[in-house]
Design a protein. Structure first.
Length: 308
């Protein structure tokens, strides 16, 4: 498959971002839906500011069939990217280096994936709208990038701004647990918010399982490092997933590692079925990353609390 033509960057510089130093890494925000991008940019800006990273906004343009890339009309998408870059550059509160690029390829997911290594991207931020016609693509992006790269994928859903005063982190094991706590700390730090680390445990749990639950929240607290405004608690419930979903309504934002199945997965996806609704005013932030190289104990544990 042919590669896309060199990126046309809008913003700080007209140079391609490849090879330029970025001490804090790069945060990539692909525009998959022009109506669902502002919260992704807001969250990405928060993460970039905390890490002193560069923000890269990309519009992936697909060329159907055998259409040569140079024949694809990019005028409108260049304007869309430039609009976001200009707005951020003229906002004194943004305080991050931001660039924009338009890339052309056969599939959006391939365009995104091929940008990660050359642009030294360490985090991809996506937004899910309430009526999301591209949800399958987002799921594919999360699965493919976490499987093939050493890159975080963060998906934000909900409504309103991410000006939060409270953050809930359902703590459990699994490959994404530690990174969820890291992102929660970044969001809370940016907003001077407090964090609750919650482990929901089945009411019929054994004493060993209860001890493990206490250990989970303690390890989560250790992962927060010097972050001081945090608390931990273990909640007994007959339905673990339902308990987490119910508790999330009392917080401005919920940050959790990517659940694999069941009601929590529908909660993250914004399902309108059963007791899980997408019209909640608070934010849900899902973090996915396979920590292959240096998994801590929090990541190694199976963690039933988030798998149901």
């Amino acid at each position: 498959m042919a590669t896309a033509s060199p990126a046309a960057l809008t913003g700080i510089s007209a140079e391609d971002a490849t090879g330029l130093p970025s001490p804090g890494g790069r945060i990539l925000v692909p525009i998959l839906d022009e109506t669902a991008i502002n919260r992704a940019i807001e969250l990405a800006t928060t993460i970039a500011r905390n890490r002193r990273a560069e923000l890269l906004i990309c519009y992936p343009v697909t060329a159907p069939g055998r259409t040569p890339y140079e024949h694809v009309n990019r005028t409108g998408v260049h304007r869309e990217v430039a609009k976001h870059v200009f707005r951020m550059q003229t906002d004194p509160s943004t305080d991050v280096l931001v660039r924009g690029t338009v890339r052309v390829g056969r599939r959006a997911i391939g365009i995104i994936e091929r940008m990660i290594d050359p642009y030294e991207v360490d985090t991809v931020v996506l937004e899910r709208s309430r009526s999301d016609g591209t949800s399958d693509l987002r799921r594919d992006v999360v699965a493919r990038i976490t499987a093939r790269t050493n890159c975080d994928v963060v998906v934000v859903s909900g409504e309103g701004h991410l000006d939060v005063s409270s953050v809930l982190v359902p703590v459990a094991g699994g490959p994404h647990a530690g990174r969820a706590i890291d992102v929660a700390r970044e969001v809370a730090t940016a907003n001077d918010a407090w964090i609750d680390l919650l482990y929901a445990i089945d009411s019929s749990a054994t004493e060993r399982e209860r001890a493990d639950a206490e250990q989970y929240v303690t390890m989560g607290l250790d992962r927060l490092g010097e972050f001081e405004t945090a608390d931990t608690w273990v909640l007994e419930a007959d339905d673990v997933a339902a308990a987490i979903i119910e508790q999330s309504t009392y917080y401005d934002a919920t940050v959790l590692g990517a659940p694999q199945e069941g009601r929590l997965r529908r909660f993250v996806a914004g399902s309108t079925t059963d007791t899980v609704r997408s019209d909640a005013s608070n934010s849900v932030i899902m973090v996915a990353r396979e920590e292959r190289l240096a998994r801590d104990r929090l990541s190694r544990q199976p963690g039933p609390g988030l798998s149901r």
